[in-house]
Design a protein around this ligand. Structure first.
Ligand SMILES: [Fe+2]
Ligand SMILES: [Fe+2]
Length: 300
């Protein structure tokens, strides 16, 4: 499988922008260990934190795009936005299932973290309503935030498609979950950027949003990892310094993406002519999606 993934990453094979479609997936979540990368419990928790963070975050994307659609006259962009909404709905629904059938089923009380995400994404970043100037301005701010987050998701998607998680004893279902999601993030990586530009998000606002989004995103994921470590009876209940040290160790071994390369990627959005086009390969993403076990199981 890995050979196919790597061989597909050749620019000459890239099909360019593709029509976005939501792919159904079918997973059997019975008997998945919380340490789904058996050799890397801290990395398992850090990536699993996304199952608590993403459902609310992606639902905020969907609500915002539905609101934004009313102002979009460009037919191609509308089509991309509808494909994006379809894919993000499936992501949110699938991670919500993992939250219930893996994390909660294994004794994690996810409620406090999930409530905080609800507050953040529904109240702080939720719709303000109203067709006035302030309402429209808030919509544009949210679209700029989404574009920043989508840059990270595409980058992380590209990382996970190419990472050798199997080396750390990864459960194939969890690896496929994140690779399927990651591949669709690579596939639709241009949409949020195109939408933000359509709504007038320029260089200054893009950079300002990234300055805010980068630390918030890292903080939320690390907080989620600490939250899971705290509830894990098989790990010592360490404070942030030792949890962060363990996370950095996992990054060093390649079980997590490294902060320096994530930072370099964030800084690439500060280039005046930035485009998400080079964040990953559509050909490789589409090749992975064609062979994803969960996507194939749902199609059969
Ligand atoms: Fe997504
Ligand atoms: Fe996305």
């Amino acid at each position: 499988m890995k050979l196919l993934r790597r061989s597909a990453r050749r620019p000459e094979l890239d099909p360019g922008k593709v029509a976005l479609q939501a792919r159904n997936v079918a997973f059997d979540w019975s008997a998945v260990d919380l340490h789904w990368m058996s050799a890397e419990p801290y990395a398992s928790h850090l990536i699993s934190a996304l199952n608590m963070l993403l459902p609310e975050g992606e639902r905020m994307f969907i609500v915002t795009y539905r609101e934004a659609l009313a102002y979009v006259k460009d037919e191609k962009l509308r089509e991309d936005m509808l494909g994006f909404i379809g894919q993000e709905s499936m992501h949110a629904e699938t991670h919500e299932k993992v939250l219930r059938e893996v994390l909660i089923a294994n004794g994690i009380d996810a409620e406090p973290y999930v409530r905080q995400m609800e507050y953040l994404f529904r109240k702080t970043l939720g719709p303000r309503g109203g067709d006035d100037r302030a309402g429209r301005q808030m919509l544009v701010e949210r679209l700029a935030f989404i574009a920043c987050l989508e840059h990270f998701f595409a980058w992380l998607g590209d990382w996970v498609i190419n990472a050798d998680l199997e080396k750390f004893g990864a459960d194939p279902r969890m690896a496929d979950l994140f690779r399927w999601h990651g591949a669709e993030e690579v596939e639709h990586r241009n949409v949020a950027h195109d939408v933000a530009e359509y709504f007038g998000v320029g260089y200054v606002r893009r950079c300002a949003s990234m300055v805010l989004v980068f630390p918030i995103f890292i903080a939320l994921v690390v907080r989620g990892a600490k939250f899971l470590v705290h509830q894990d009876p098989r790990l010592p209940d360490h404070g942030y310094p030792r949890v962060i040290a363990s996370v950095l160790g996992a990054m060093w071994r390649g079980a997590l993406p490294g902060i320096p390369s994530l930072l370099v990627s964030a800084l690439s959005t500060f280039q005046p002519g930035y485009s998400p086009e080079n964040v990953g390969s559509t050909a490789q993403a589409v090749a992975y999606l064609a062979q994803s076990p969960a996507a194939r199981a749902a199609a059969s």
